[in-house]
Design a protein around this ligand. Sequence first.
Ligand SMILES: [Mn+2]
Length: 346
Amino acid sequence: MALDLEKSRKFSTALVEGLRGKGRVLILSHDNPDPDSLAAAMALKHFITVLTGLPCVIAYGGMIGRGENRVMVRELEIDAVPFEGLDLDDFQVVCLVDTQPGTGNNPLPPEIPVHLVIDHHPLRPELVQNCRWVDIREDYGCTATILFEYLKAQGVSFGTKLATIIYYAIKSETQELGREWSPADREAYLALFPMVNNRILFKITHPKVPRGYFFSFSKALTNARIHDDLLVFNLFSVIHPDMVAEMADFLLRMEGISLVLGMGLFEGKEIVSLRTVSIGLSAGELIQKIIGELGTSGGHGMVAGGQIPGMESDAAAQRRLQKVLTERLLAHFNRPRRRGKRLIPY
Ligand SMILES: [Mn+2]
């Protein structure tokens, strides 16, 4: 058995008992939420609503930008609201899914107490020491899989929409069980498959995208520099923050490239993305080394991201930052400090 139903039953039973009689619940995903964090939030909301009757609000920082995710939210009726504008005094319970307090990738001010954390990113003990319930499983490919376990362990039934949400989360987060998946993710994926609305799933995986999307492709290609098996690209300004990660995945397809570092500016914040196919390299640790004191970052083995606040929008500042990040990357691998070859020659 891959699913750890015993652990999930114990944890979720204690959670339900502790929540009884409390007031409104806030469920927060990470900034610019991806399908995994939205699915985990929706599943947690369903779980709490069914078992305790407490009202829940799902909120996020940043924006939902990627075409697939926008279709997912619309077609599967994900009722998440922007964090901005919420009054935190309205909530008695605060939950974080797919993120941890104070990591820099969620909108919660550090002084606000967090009661529940469910995540699969590397545990940062100092950040969760004051939280009452913590379930962090670093060996899981998806946070949504942990929530699937709670629903199963407690015998909570759910419909085709939530099944499709969790299924798509596992599909996209693990690239169809190809990247950083665990046996539990696989079991959840297979169990959900018969319940999925495949007509909606097709709409999600084939979204229409704005014209600006193709500008990003063009910029990613023309601004990419290759240092042997490393590729660095700079999108300068982007139409939404998820664009950087999407282009990083795209460029990682190139033969001979084992690692991609990308960056792009959105609303004064530099969004940095790192992708690698090298097993054994920790992308999460490497990005912390590269971004260092400039901002915040984190991630898993093959996928990581970071953000640098207060960036100037002019091209010169962008090039300076690109130089700094590239030099740190090259230094980590003991490579010579060169400008790198262009991906597309003039
Ligand atoms: Mn995740």
